[in-house]
Design a protein around this ligand. Structure first.
Ligand code: AMP
Length: 508
């Protein structure tokens, strides 16, 4: 790579002269992929994409199972000057059709298993090239890659050129394509590598999906930039992660990883040599934090970010990691709280909408100038839509999504406050508090609760347990006990699904 390609330059900085060092161990086969092998394949992938007609700025979309070739495709796209666009593997062909029509990629790479239906939607969306990462057939992207030589000269790209588009998970509305620049990705990964002290000595357990910012950018770019290694797993499996721990130093996970790992008796022993556990993408219960510390001696480091911004805040590496908070603004990231109605800045201590500004922030929503103008201010502040509080020491606590705010009889109820009180009751595992339509109150507070298997609590018991701790208007009008809360693949509780499920609760 001899010319300036902002992101490629940044993520390759630790690879020079380390051809023999391990980058990935493919957990499916224990195959080791060295830095030398990885870059050679990424360069050949870039050459194959250019041969398929990819020009600077062209989108390369992919919906395929997690495997090392996907990372080669990601880096190959960046080297070729393209814009990487990974799609959630859970999307149906119809949904994929929407994204392809919206993003108009030059190339679409799909899972060989679904290729018939996906080829059809891709044709309908006028995508010129549809390939798979399969190995056994001719005409796959892997065979195209193998027909190319390494030594591809990276296509020049500047800091503000696009490197990726990631569609938001859409838990509160239609998915939007967040346009991420070379600078946003490079600067954030560099900050995180230094903040979390990642080095060549680190071995990360990589069990996150790579269609999302967490597994793709945080986990992968930080490892590449540190020159460390990753044990690359096709997905999360409790036993596999426990068994990998003695060979690893760090884990990045969503809260469900941690609650599941806590159920394995081998955790204390397995985690002995681990250096760091990181959690994000959804709130980590303070209880999980405490139990984890009791079993392993480690305080999980919780951080907060989103598709549009990469990572914004993190608990410190050294210093207090406060359970229930998402820590302090990262270097280079400014945060402030604003009034949801007027947009005026609020003093610390009050609950407001969190806004962030920094090189990490995206360039806008793909083909949605109005949405961009609504959420990204001209002076660079991005309105995250998360409600938060900042304490006197600067620690940020996320109180919930702005759209989850419940207004009942004219009073504001912050779901997190009610959830925390319910979660404190003995026998409660977790809860989700939502607002549902109510003729009299506008919205009524409803709690959906998961209990311990042996708990004897019921609706009346839960209501009695919280009655002295919450003002009457905050107390749920109904409590519904369920086996599990609906979650998406990133562990986020899907309140939109519950709101739809219980929309008629007071109307029957
Ligand atoms: P996504 O764009 O899919 O990564 O979702 C971003 C959203 O996830 C944020 O706007 C927050 O609502 C939520 N989120 C991410 N990390 C955390 C965290 N540590 N605690 C609470 N919410 C989080």
């Amino acid at each position: 790579m001899y010319v300036w390609n902002h992101l490629a330059q940044a993520i390759s900085c630790a690879s020079d002269g380390r051809h023999e060092a391990t980058f990935l161990t493919d957990a499916r086969s224990d195959r080791v992929i060295t830095y030398g092998d990885f870059w050679a394949n990424a360069e050949r992938m870039a050459a194959a994409l250019v041969a398929l007609g990819v020009q600077p700025g062209d989108r390369v979309a992919v919906q395929a199972p997690k495997e090392p070739a996907m990372l080669e495709l990601y880096v190959g796209t960046v080297l070729a000057g393209g814009v990487f666009l990974p799609l959630n593997t859970a999307y149906t062909p119809d949904e994929v059709g929407f994204f392809l029509g919206d993003a108009t990629p030059r190339v679409f790479v799909c899972d060989p298993i679904n290729q018939e239906s996906l080829k059809k939607v891709a044709r309908d969306a006028d995508v010129a090239q549809v390939l798979t990462l399969g190995r056994d057939e001719v005409g796959t992207l892997v065979s195209a890659r193998d027909g190319q030589k390494p030594g591809f000269r990276a296509v020049p790209r500047d800091a503000l050129d696009l490197a990726a588009i990631l569609y938001t998970s859409g838990t509160t509305g239609r998915s939007k394509g967040a346009m991420l620049t070379h600078r946003a990705l490079a600067s954030n990964s560099e900050t995180l590598r230094d903040y979390w002290r990642f080095t060549e000595q680190d071995v990360l357990i990589h069990a996150l999906p790579i269609f999302h910012t967490h597994g793709l950018f945080v986990a992968t770019n930080v490892t590449l930039m540190a020159g460390g290694a990753a044990i690359f797993m096709p997905g999360f499996d409790t036993a596999a992660v426990i068994e990998a721990m003695p060979k690893a130093t760090t884990l990045m996970g969503v809260p469900t990883f941690y609650t599941r790992l806590l159920k394995d008796d081998r955790l204390a022993e397995a985690s002995r040599n681990m250096r760091l556990f990181i959690s994000g993408s959804a709130p980590l219960l303070a209880d999980t934090h405490d139990q984890w510390r009791a079993v392993t001696g480690h305080a999980i480091l919780e951080r907060y970010g989103m598709t549009e911004t990469n990572m914004n805040t993190s608990n410190p590496y050294e210093g207090e990691r406060r359970a229930g908070t998402v820590g302090l603004p990262l270097p280079g990231v400014e945060v402030k709280l604003c009034d949801p109605e007027t947009g005026a800045e609020l003093p610390n201590g009050e609950i407001g909408v969190l806004e962030v500004r920094g090189d990490n922030v995206f360039a806008g929503y793909w083909q949605m100038p109005e949405k961009t103008a609504e959420e990204l201010r001209e002076d660079g502040w991005f309105i995250t839509g998360d409600l938060a509080m900042i304490d006197a020491d600067g620690y940020v606590t996320i109180v919930g999504r702005g759209k989850d705010l419940i207004i009942t009889g004219g009073f504001n109820v912050y779901p997190k406050e009610v959830e925390s009180v319910i979660d404190d009751l003995a026998g409660v595992v977790e809860s989700a508090v939502i607002g549902v339509p109510h003729d009299d109150f506008g919205e009524a507070v409803v709690a959906v609760v998961v209990l311990e298997p042996e708990a004897t609590l019921d609706e009346a018991g839960i209501l009695a347990g919280i009655s002295r701790r919450l003002a009457k208007f905050k107390q749920p009008k109904r409590v519904i006990v369920v086996d599990a809360l609906p979650r998406n693949t990133m562990g986020k509780v899907q309140k939109n699904i519950m709101r739809a499920d219980y929309a008629e609760l007071f109307r029957r």
